[in-house]
Design a binder for this molecule. Structure first.
Ligand SMILES: Cc1cc2nc3c(=O)[nH]c(=O)nc-3n(C[C@H](O)[C@H](O)[C@H](O)COP(=O)(O)OP(=O)(O)OC[C@H]3O[C@@H](n4cnc5c(N)ncnc54)[C@H](O)[C@@H]3O)c2cc1C
Length: 499
């Protein structure tokens, strides 16, 4: 291609990128937005328009409830703008690059020297974000009868809050202000500058060398994505394994996958301090007594999330909270003030999009329709979207034993599953635990390319009280990786035959 055509292509791409960002902002924070005149009193005022706030607002409005929704920044909150959506979009592109590098394994022929177009990958991320933002647009919400207010909300009384210069009075209120990245206290980090999920998706050029601090889901997903996009990546994790919540066998598979990708892994390691030297960020690390240093161009922190309770003046509302746990709620998601509820990351230990949604819907039932739905009744699956994915639902075997529930576990390695062999996706396993001498499913861990899709079957079984014996009778389309679940069920049925 001649240079004029290349420049034209680049200009077109930049314009498309700007167009995508313009579209997203027009949806989630229109510049010409005017807050409506408040009604004398709302049935429900919701503070925070991330996943939980939006789901609650739409559900309430669809049932004729007069709702006001207050957002201080962008509609869609973490998930759409700086969380699930951009992280999954970048992971998809990074996986494609990995598949191209690995193409000969599939009998495909791809040039050896694959050039990563990082800017194009990030443009795609922003395009995906713009497209999904349409569902959360301010105008759509207004058309659904929701009064949308932009501004920081602050409670002034037990039944009123202030936003902009308006006072919103309410019969019930819902706090869904979410969480933000926790910053590790590492001397020199702030001065050196660092990335979090709040700004990493705005990058247009890749750092040459990246240090990811934190080996939880966010750190692991980002480390793998950036590494596969050609960034020389190191990951440090304080604990001896990644994803400390998961069992050793699952976490070990992830370590092996990172090693294959070429990620430099530092487990049992802490970042001690950071300084800037000659354009690089120099980070001192310690593992037990062994000290070492890495020099990188960027640092990305993924060391947990803290609830957003700042500036809400919760005391005026009669709501208890603390900086770590966030807003205190009971099993019905009610705060100390019986008018006020909370949902999502601001009050839950499980900080996921799905729990934000489920808890928000629970509040609508409990606060407005005399529901008695309990948080403790939820069955929550989760997934880390690395390659392979690691998904879990229910109890881990160790948790069952701690509760004195006798456990029997059935494990099928993915290399025994025809479809996984055909797809060359043989890494991982399906492991299902049942209560001994019964087929009651206690929990499951799935490590597989599509574990996030597969875990829903087990979640359904747990919620509906369907036993593992019944799953053995369910015909699974052949060949699918989900057959591993039926194979685990078959293994259970064989043991029953022997008892
Ligand atoms: C990088 C990353 C990837 C993730 N990936 C996944 C995933 O794959 N799957 C999954 O299930 N979960 C994932 N999560 C978690 C998921 O994004 C969150 O659990 C979910 O977005 C929480 O929704 P929420 O409504 O509770 O809070 P948020 O989405 O954070 O929304 C809170 C909103 O409240 C607003 N707000 C705060 N204070 C005020 C105030 N005083 N006045 C007005 N507005 C206020 C904020 O601006 C924000 O818009 C990910 C998170 C991150 C960071």
């Amino acid at each position: 291609m001649n240079s004029a055509a290349t420049v034209q292509r680049r200009n077109d791409a930049t314009l498309a990128d700007e167009g995508a960002e313009r579209e997203r902002i027009a949806n989630v924070r229109p510049v010409d937005w005017r807050n409506p005149s408040p009604m004398p009193r709302y049935d429900l005022v919701i503070v925070g328009a991330g996943t939980a706030g939006l789901v609650a607002a739409k559900a309430a409005a669809s049932r004729g409830v007069k709702v006001a929704l207050v957002e201080r920044h962008l509609l869609g909150g973490t998930c759409l703008n700086i969380g699930c959506v951009p992280s999954k979009a970048i992971l998809r592109t990074s996986r494609l690059y990995e598949e191209m590098r690995d193409a000969d394994r599939y009998g495909a022929c791809v040039p050896r020297d694959i050039r990563v177009d990082f800017a194009a990958a990030m443009r795609r991320v922003r395009g995906v974000r713009a497209r999904i933002s349409r569902a959360d647009s301010a105008r759509r919400l207004a058309a659904a009868g929701i009064d949308v207010f932009f501004g920081q909300a602050r409670f002034t009384r037990t039944d009123a809050l202030q936003v902009d210069r308006a006072t919103l009075r309410f019969a019930k209120a819902l706090i869904t202000t979410g969480a933000r990245p926790d910053t590790p206290e590492i001397p020199g980090l702030a001065e050196a500058g660092y990335l979090t999920n709040e700004n990493a998706f705005d990058l247009t050029e890749p750092p040459r060398r990246l240090l990811v601090i934190g080996g939880g889901p966010l750190g692991c997903e980002m480390a793998q994505a950036f590494c596969r996009l050609g960034v020389r990546t190191t990951i440090v994790q304080r604990q001896p394994l990644f994803l400390p919540r998961e069992e050793r066998d699952a976490a070990q598979i992830l370590s092996d996958s990172f090693a294959r990708d070429g990620i430099e892994i530092r487990l049992n390691t802490r970042a001690l301090d950071v300084r800037v030297d000659g354009g690089g960020k120099v980070v001192d690390l310690v593992s037990d007594d062994y000290r070492s240093t890495v020099v990188v161009d960027a640092i990305l922190t993924g060391t947990g999330r803290v609830p957003n309770t700042d500036g809400l003046d919760l005391e005026a509302a009669g709501v208890d909270a603390d900086p770590r746990r966030g807003v205190h709620v009971d099993d019905f998601l009610r705060t100390r003030n019986p008018r006020i509820y909370a949902a999502g990351d601001v009050c839950l230990g499980d900080k996921f999009n799905d729990t934000a949604q489920a808890s928000a819907l629970m509040v609508i039932e409990n606060a407005l329709f005399n529901g008695r739905r309990r948080l403790s009744e939820l069955t929550v699956p989760w997934c880390t979207y690395t390659d392979p994915e690691i998904a879990h639902v229910g109890l881990y075997a160790r948790q069952a034993r701690e509760r004195n529930i006798p456990v029997k576990t059935f494990t099928i390695p993915m290399h025994d599953v025809d479809r996984a062999i055909a797809d060359d996706e043989e890494v991982g396993f399906v492991k299902i635990s049942v209560e001994e001498r019964s087929d009651r499913i206690l929990g499951a861990t799935i490590v597989a390319r599509h574990a996030g899709e597969m875990i829903s079957e087990i979640t359904l079984a747990i919620v509906a009280g369907v036993g593992l014996g019944t799953l053995a009778r369910v015909i699974h389309a052949y060949p699918t990786q989900a057959e591993a679940i039926r194979m685990a069920a078959d293994a259970y049925v064989r043991t029953r035959g022997r008892s």
